[in-house]
Design a protein around this ligand. Sequence first.
Ligand code: GLC
Length: 549
Amino acid sequence: MSTPAERLWWQNGTIYQIYPRSFQDTDGDGVGDLNGILSRLDYLVDLGVAAVWLSPIYPSPMADFGYDVADYTGVDPIFGTVPDIEALIAAAHTRGLKFILDFVPNHSSDQHPWFLESRASRTNPKRDWYLWRDPAADGGPPNNWRSNFGGPAWTFDGATGQFFYHSFLPEQPDLNWRNPEVKAAIYDAMRFWLDRGVDGFRMDVIWMLIKDDQFRPNPPNPEWQPGSSSFGSILPLYTADRPETHAIVAEMREVMNAYTDRLLIGEIYLPLDRLVTYYGATAQRADENVTDKATNSLHGADMPFNFHLILSPWNAATLAALIVQYEALLPPGAWPNWVLGNHDQSRLASRLGEAQARVAALVLLTLRGTPTLYYGDELGMLDGIIAPEEVQDPAEKRQPGIGQGRDPERTPMLWDSSPNAGFTTGTPWLPITSGSPEQSSVATQTAQARSILSLYRRLLALRRRHPALHAGAIAEVRADGGVLRYERHSSDDANPERLLILANLTADLETTQVPPSRVLLTTLLDGDGGLCEGPFTLEAGEGVLLELL
Ligand code: GLC
């Protein structure tokens, strides 16, 4: 097993997700661009993250804002050029930042030349690059599979008389991952970026790559409530998490293993016991006989993204059980990770409230495993208010008014008090949502010693400084009333270190017992250095990081 000192950059460091459309515009078109990200790299260095992950920047008709890729080896002009991204990668590397690209292997744009060929005729050599089926006997879709954005997942192509499958929009046809030519083409595209120094990929919806080869209908979901997304009316038994998917993830890993220290992240929304299978262990279940933990090698994703802090009820008992269960399920050699927000989820500070957003920062940055931050969460940004005429997200447009829209969490970054919060000199593509104290900018919060941005900076610095936090073990995880508590231990015998984290996840005062300790940080950014022992009272929504003496 690697020692803490030997841990890789993506194990020691923190990842920061940028939604490029909303980070920094430099050409006044109201949409962020690569040069904008370049101009803000020093902010990220100062914040203290190790790597940036960019949501897709490839040429795209933007039906799903870049998650509909028309060329896997280009850059959309709205964001810049391939030389621009090469310059950005170099500038990141110069500053010691790693650079991760989103990659969308499950589906392309319907404007990708591959699909244009595929739909040209039934005999086109690329016909089998996508999933084409004859109509059902009644002329309707081949089966009951549903789009994740609602409605049927099949769209009829009149010219060739067949339906094609799309997990998302009709503008996002699914590639046929059983076709070796598709695999080879995607792996070549991965190499294109790896050759340009990209340090890793976040693979979009990696658990959906393979669909049932018999196209069996999905079973109904007995728990579905009318009025919620129609996608939920069936269970995606035959359209996601198929056993054959793991062999493909392993092939992707092989592509990356030809390079040094590259990171494969998988976007995966699954229960924990299914999620951990994407590490690609030979033995995946506790009841399988694992004898040699240290040498058991993994051949799946380095980091199957763990979204369970987002998905779980926010209380101490639930989170303690979640952490214990996740740690227990990790296969030998697997490195944990935690995510608190992204471009598909309501903002952290809107989900949990301002006080809990601070305590959530403490939890995210003190748990064992790689944390991923979503841009703007370090400011406590709230969901934007999007008027009906301002809606951009196709998920909202396809199923209006049932809470599917993702525009609120994609509003522009708040840099300073200049017009449009310093994001653009033009008209921003989504409204700026400043105005309330929680919505203040980087410039304002930098000047405030106790702002949530100052808290993030402190936490990231502590995480980097303390091996117990970025590399150590986790122990004594439990709930004490409304307080989530756990310890982090460094495994460096010469420099032993034991830290205790207490997180009050309630809106009331909570008291818990502590052994003799020193306060390293409170989420209110007061009381550092104080000594404590015995009953310790936490403010509503307060968290503390203690060093056990
Ligand atoms: C992923 C992305 C999401 C996108 C979808 C389709 O879930 O995170 O934003 O809409 O895939 O590509």
